[in-house]
Write a protein that binds this ligand. Structure first.
Ligand code: NAG
Ligand code: NAG
Ligand code: NAG
Ligand code: NAG
Length: 446
């Protein structure tokens, strides 16, 4: 009875009251719907090409952009499967974009229906890159890479094509504001800002409302392989191969950490070096380091006091030390530069500071580096370093990832990832995007 009256009453309710009356079933329906959407998204992220050996599972995290290892698949088709990187990158990008949109740094408008899709895309290098042409003499394959699944992007340096190019690529350090002011802007054309350097406050750039960026930030439209990338080895090392590598390295390498520093401005990392040095031996080089601080245990190179950053002498250190201080000059989000990747590539363990640990674990294996923020004191950090350096089984833990992965850190290997991602973005993006406050966006967490 009660029920009938109830339903009769609602029948005559106006639409809005009707909604209100049935809010719980509606909420339930919305919940199930969102659950379905959620599960759908997760299903795509469970697309794991490799099955990990159980004991190594702890090394992997699902919020990473590189493929997860699979051992029982002998034909490695996912090794350089760029679509895998794009899929993972976009999952991470969405989260960072939401943050950027909330902070009014970025504007993302929903998709434009029935938008005309060109058959191919033209990218114009419309500024120099550090005063020089960058890819003008490169072939398409050198720019976009052999493994790129998108093959319809073209690159030109012919500036007379600035009105029909789909993308104007402009390097931040080479921007010509006068020229920018004179360009008559077409709202379908993508203004793409390229920037890989450290960040400085430059609010004047906000006037130009760039659409996309190519930089190291995951939230950028092209970021994969900015300074380095983890890729699957063609064939994983066998347990024996790995064991003998560890045996050799563990004995060969000095326990002493090394640091090369050329920029003395960031005081925080110098301070960290000086305080850590009280507890752990570090050989440091560079103009900000006084000679009594560069004491080295590595007799081979000790006599060479002119050891420079990026020299073979530095390489020698990286190949003969267990640790390298890969301290970034800034803490800006995702600002992880070549020193980190080079350290990994040369077999040492990077001790990192600057960006948050969460930024590192999205792009590099969990147990491949040591983040100073994970330790409450320098003494505690030094104790850990000492354990790693002196206990083979603990040392081994920081290198397990090497069984399955390689690191690329040179521009010629990395550029194709970035430009392939750009081509992917051109082919798949349907949103209207621009950076409302690109200055703040770059300076995030700096
Ligand atoms: C991959 O392996 C499967 C079965 O082992 C085989 O049928 C297939 O041809 C291989 N694919 C390639 C590209 O080698
Ligand atoms: C290194 O030498 C400078 C003076 O040249 C001195 O001020 C500093 O305390 C010394 N540092 C150490 C660790 O001995
Ligand atoms: C090395 O560390 C492992 C694990 O913590 C421990 O079981 C082992 O006894 C240590 N070995 C030495 C020689 O201290
Ligand atoms: C590019 O940014 C401009 C400036 O805000 C905007 O008007 C235009 O719609 C954007 N274009 C695309 C394709 O996102």
């Amino acid at each position: 009875m009660e029920k009938r009256i109830h339903s009769k009453k609602t029948f005559t309710l106006p639409y809005r009251h009707y909604l209100f009356h049935f809010k719980w079933p509606l909420v339930g329906f919305a919940f199930v719907l969102s659950l379905l959407i959620f599960v759908q998204i997760k299903l795509t992220s469970i697309f794991i090409p490799y099955i990990i050996e159980e004991q190594h599972l702890e090394h992997f995290n699902k919020n990473i952009i590189y493929p997860i290892v699979l051992l029982n698949n002998d034909n490695n088709t996912h090794r350089l499967n760029m679509n895998y990187y794009f899929l993972k990158k976009d999952e991470l990008k969405i989260m960072d974009d939401i943050y950027a949109i909330k902070k009014k740094q970025k504007v993302v408008l929903p998709s434009i229906k029935n938008r005309h899709k060109p058959n191919s895309y033209l990218i114009l290098e419309s500024t120099t890159v550090f005063g020089r042409p960058r890819f003008c003499s490169y072939t398409n394959e050198q720019i976009f890479g052999r493994a790129c699944p998108y093959r319809n992007c073209k690159y030109t340096c012919d500036r007379t094509r600035d009105s029909d190019a789909h993308v104007l690529l402009m390097h931040k350090r080479d921007l010509n504001y006068k020229l920018l002011n004179s360009i008559k802007r077409n709202s379908e054309q993508i203004w793409l800002l390229w920037h890989d350097e450290s960040n400085e406050n430059s609010p004047e750039i906000n006037r130009y409302k760039f659409n996309w960026t190519i930089t190291y930030r995951i939230s950028a439209e092209a970021s994969i392989g900015a300074y380095g990338i983890i890729i699957l080895k063609e064939t994983p090392w066998s347990a024996q191969q790995f064991d003998s590598w560890i045996d050799e390295q563990f004995i060969k390498r000095h326990n002493q950490a090394v640091w090369f520093v050329s920029n003395c401005q960031p005081k925080k990392r110098l301070k960290k070096f000086r305080s850590l040095r009280e507890f752990y031996s570090i050989a440091a080089f560079g103009k900000c380091i006084s000679s009594n601080e560069s004491f080295s245990l590595n007799a081979q190179v000790q006599s060479n006091s002119k050891c420079q950053r990026d020299s073979s002498c530095e390489q020698n250190y990286l190949k003969n030390s267990k640790f390298y201080l890969a301290f970034e000059s800034q803490s800006c989000t995702d600002y992880i530069t070549e020193k980190f990747w080079r350290t990994l590539a040369l077999g040492a363990i990077p001790i990192v500071s600057g960006p948050e640990r969460e930024n590192f674990i999205r792009v590099a294996p969990l147990h491949s580096f040591i983040h100073v923020d994970d330790y409450t004191s320098d003494e505690e950090l030094a104790q850990t370093l000492n354990l790693i350096a002196t206990n083979r089984s603990i040392y081994e833990k920081y290198h397990h990832w090497r069984r399955y992965y390689d690191v690329h850190h040179e521009a010629k290997d990395l550029d194709p990832f970035r430009f392939c991602e750009l081509c992917y973005r051109l082919n798949t993006n349907t949103q209207r995007i621009w950076y409302e406050n690109i200055n703040d966006w770059f300076l995030d967490k700096c």
